[in-house]
Design a protein around this ligand. Structure first.
Ligand code: NYM
Length: 220
């Protein structure tokens, strides 16, 4: 189908625990939007291909040790590296579907239970990044996530950590700030088809209204 002229593209973020099915669902959402004639691009964080991303990859694979604050700032820097690109694509009419964003940044760092690293501190280096039009949180019990073939070898892929991450994600709903108003929870414990349908219900209308110009410029 021919892509039609649009006012700007939408910015949609998909979040969730490790093994929640984000990557599969992000791909499906991109395919469905594309099939309906939208211009769409996918992006993921961490982006391990950049110089900062390579440092993050080394840390996640336990090849490099970093202070909790330092790695947090690298994850944030990795998003800032792409901020201008995201804005540029959106203004050219591309809808961006993003696998993880600053919500992962906040909650994974805060879940480390380092008393010097609060959720508030963790949010601050990301202030000013393009704000999503919608964030979908794929919610899954940590036990169920683990049952899906087990966690891998990377840092954070432990049940207790994932339980704290989930609690912190759900806690964002209660914050009463933009994190809560942008966020919609989707039960990721259902079949791939059901989850895809639920995500479609929560995003297609947003994409339509953004592209047709009834939503203002991208926020920060
Ligand atoms: N992660 C991801 C963070 O700790 N902070 C961040 O800002 C981001 C974007 O990286 N366990 C963590 C969550 C994951 C890990 O992500 C790698 P993925 O989606 O498995 O590549």
């Amino acid at each position: 189908q021919q892509a039609r002229p649009v006012s700007r593209g939408a910015f949609i973020v998909v979040e969730g625990l490790d093994r929640a099915g984000k990557t599969t669902q992000v791909k499906r959402l991109c395919d469905s939007l594309y099939a309906q004639g939208h211009n769409v691009k996918m992006i993921r964080f961490p982006d391990r291909t950049t110089p900062v991303g390579k440092m993050i990859d080394g840390y996640l694979q336990s090849k490099a040790q970093l202070d909790d604050h330092s790695i947090h700032l690298l994850f944030s820097a990795n998003r800032w590296e792409k901020a201008a690109w995201i804005k540029g694509q959106i203004s050219q009419g591309y809808t961006i579907i993003c696998d993880r964003y600053y919500y992962s940044g906040m909650v994974y760092s805060a879940a480390k239970q380092n008393p010097a690293l609060s959720l508030g501190w963790a949010r601050s280096p990301d202030v000013g990044l393009p704000r999503p039009d919608r964030m979908i949180f794929l919610d899954l019990d940590a036990k169920e996530a683990e049952a899906r073939g087990g966690y891998g070898e990377e840092k954070y892929e432990k049940r207790s950590m994932q339980e704290r991450v989930r609690e912190l994600f759900l806690g964002l709903l209660l914050k009463g700030e933009e994190e809560s108003t942008d966020m919609v929870v989707v039960d990721a414990g259902q079949s791939v088809e059901h989850v895809a349908h639920a995500i479609w219900k929560e995003t297609s209308g947003v994409v339509q209204s953004v592209e047709s110009g009834s939503r203002k410029q991208i926020g920060t």
